[in-house]
Design a protein around this ligand. Structure first.
Ligand SMILES: [Zn+2]
Length: 95
């Protein structure tokens, strides 16, 4: 669930609460002064910055923006890895 930030007119500390996007209210009660705290206009915090999913997402975005560039040819004499566990693999076409 995204986290929304609210702030009252008395300028108390911002209130952060999680709601589903469909149920996010436009204001909540400020826990410090008891007045209505309006929702601040900002993007909802959809993900957790340190989660594995966010790291994978950031890594895939980084490869799209700055792909790894090969600067030299692979060393000569290098052959492709061939599997030997399954005898049917020997019958596959080779380059
Ligand atoms: Zn307040």
């Amino acid at each position: 669930m995204p986290t929304y930030s609210f702030r009252c007119a008395q300028r108390c500390d911002p209130v952060e609460q999680s709601f589903s996007m469909a149920d996010a209210p436009s204001e909540v009660t400020c826990p410090q002064c008891g007045q209505a705290a309006a929702r601040k206009i900002s993007s909802p915090a959809l993900g957790r910055g340190n989660s594995a999913a966010m790291k994978a997402h950031d890594a895939s975005r980084a490869t799209a923006d700055t792909p790894a560039v090969v600067s030299s040819l692979p060393p000569a004499g290098r052959s492709a890895t061939r599997t030997t566990s399954n005898p049917l693999h020997r019958r596959l076409p080779r380059p």
